[in-house]
Design a protein around this ligand. Structure first.
Ligand SMILES: O=P(O)(O)OC[C@H]1O[C@](O)(CO)[C@@H](O)[C@@H]1O
Length: 250
């Protein structure tokens, strides 16, 4: 695993965007696994900036997103489809039909999830998977205790995730209680993984995930077993790793 320590959120975002753009430049038809949440927003802004300068094209890129709230329409401002359009897709030359986000209004979550697994396989798998990490160690919406062997599935969100995400909604009651999410198995099958973390509130869970035991109670800890993971974080989020003497690159 490579760990990059960045001075602040902006340089963390720039480093993450560098890794994504290197993937796209070296393989223009890459399949990118994309993430939502607050942390990757800066990396998406940086990619848009480089695209606008003419340094980067996503014309052949295909994308699959990690997750979507179950019950939200893609047009809902807090849906992850909406997030991806407004933070990235609407500003670059990726083709809409090459972008894939789970359908939060699917009548049958079972069918939707099975089709998504098939889609990922038909695309040839994910070249680079971008991840954020929840305060309880979740990746995508794989919550503590979820089976590591699961593929895309319907998840009941934990109280801690609902609490953390209520900032995006008018009230806590508006936060959906379920989501469709890629499973740990889909994530671990990606060829490369890039995980971004920011802020002091993530320091403890980052330490547990990367220095603690691999356990279902900390879903991100499974990443210790992936052969190609890059962790990019700012000083605050990586502080406990640094204190423990884990080697990091600047
Ligand atoms: O980057 P943030 O906003 O801390 O979110 C962390 C994680 O939580 C989620 O937003 C889901 O709650 C994930 O998509 C993300 O990886």
């Amino acid at each position: 695993m490579r760990i990059y320590l960045a001075e602040d959120y902006k340089s963390m975002s720039r480093r993450a965007a560098n890794i994504i753009s290197a993937q796209v430049i070296t393989k223009p038809d890459s399949v990118l696994g994309l993430a939502t949440g607050g942390t990757p927003v800066g990396a998406y802004q940086q990619l848009v900036e480089w695209y606008k300068k003419g340094d980067l094209s996503f014309a052949e890129v295909k994308s699959v997103n990690l997750d979507e709230y179950y019950g939200l329409s893609p047009r809902h401002e807090q849906s992850y489809r909406y997030f991806m359009q407004s933070n990235l897709f609407d500003h670059i030359d990726i083709k809409y039909e090459n972008t894939h986000v789970l359908n939060g209004l699917a009548k049958s979550p079972t069918v939707e999830c099975a089709e998504y697994n098939k889609l990922i396989r038909d695309l040839g798998g994910i070249d680079l998977q971008l991840l954020g990490m929840g305060h309880n160690g979740h990746i995508a919406f794989n919550e503590p205790g979820d089976d590591f062997g699961l593929e895309t599935h319907l998840v009941n969100l934990t109280e801690s995730t609902i609490e953390a995400n209520k900032r995006f909604f008018e009230s806590k009651d508006d936060v959906p209680r379920q989501a469709l999410s890629m499973g740990i198995k889909n994530i671990m099958q990606a060829r490369r993984i890039l995980i971004v973390v920011s802020g002091a509130a993530k320091a403890d869970i980052v330490y547990k995930a990367f220095c603690g035991p691999v356990t279902k109670e900390v879903p991100a800890s499974i990443l210790q077993l992936h052969p190609d993971v890059t962790l990019v974080g700012d000083k605050e989020a990586l502080s406990k790793l640094v204190e423990a003497g884990v080697p990091v690159c600047g």
